[in-house]
Design a protein around this ligand. Structure first.
Ligand code: GSH
Length: 235
């Protein structure tokens, strides 16, 4: 079986197989599996890049409330017991930013993750912000309202605004986090900034940030993360 550049699959010879069975067979062997939770921004960033890059994908929901992510079969894929996990026909990767790097290199072009040292480092800077200030700011503030996490909401909201002030300044100088084209830096940062109001973090004072969110939402292949009617989102 061969794949062509458009992602369609064909067999070399006529096989005695029904076309629907063939489709199912190719889907199961060729599509990338994404183990995720629909309200997880870490999962969403991977789903978003897969969609933008038009990679055939099977989304597999992991029941976090039932503790499915702490069961042996899931821990064998990610010993940290967290979503997302990506399985590209046996290449199993945990960590959303690691998955973005892998997908950009495998299915994208240099635009999503530059190969020159300065460009790659500029993207890495924002991947670190996504795993640092964003995870510890708006993502955590949202955990309080969406999942009832016992954190200090006031402190997390203050941290989120400190981050948003920096983002506002940076995005006043260029269209995307690194230059004027979207990279995986933007993909990594998007969901938890866009959904910050769910954690009672208002974006009203940050017009450059809101314009940047709209530019990401206008990218061909954009898919949103499911909204939750909590925090400022239910006001
Ligand atoms: N560094 C990880 C963080 C992933 C993460 O925090 N996943 C959350 C959902 S958004 C999770 O699985 N939480 C369940 C747990 O930690 O037990 C990544 O980027 O993938």
């Amino acid at each position: 079986m061969h794949s062509n550049s458009t992602g369609h699959f064909s067999t070399g010879a006529a096989l005695p197989i029904h076309s629907l069975e063939l489709l199912e067979l190719t889907m199961s062997t060729q599509s990338v599996k994404l183990y995720r939770h629909p309200l997880s921004g870490h999962s969403h960033r991977v789903e978003l890049l897969l969609s933008i890059l038009q990679v055939p994908t099977q989304l597999i929901d992991v029941d976090l409330l039932a503790g499915a992510h702490k069961q042996p079969d899931f821990l064998a894929m990610n010993a940290f017991g967290q979503v997302p996990v990506l399985d590209d026909n046996g290449v199993v990767l945990a960590d959303s930013n690691a998955a973005l790097v892998y997908l950009a290199r495998t299915y994208g072009n240099d635009r999503w993750l530059p190969t020159d040292p300065a460009g790659a480092a500029a993207v890495q800077r924002w991947l670190s912000v996504a795993a640092g200030q964003i995870a510890g700011g708006p993502a955590s503030a949202r955990l309080v309202t969406v999942f009832g996490a016992p954190y200090n909401a006031e402190e997390l909201i203050a941290r989120s605004h400190a981050l948003l002030k920096v983002l506002e300044g940076e995005l006043g100088q260029r269209h995307f986090l690194v230059g004027n084209e979207a990279t995986i830096a933007d993909i990594a940062a998007y969901a938890y900034i866009a959904h910050a109001p769910e954690g009672n973090v208002s974006l009203a004072e940050y017009p450059q940030v809101r314009a940047w969110l709209a530019r990401i939402e206008a990218l061909p292949g954009f898919v949103p993360m499911q909204k939750t009617l909590v925090g400022l989102q239910c006001a």
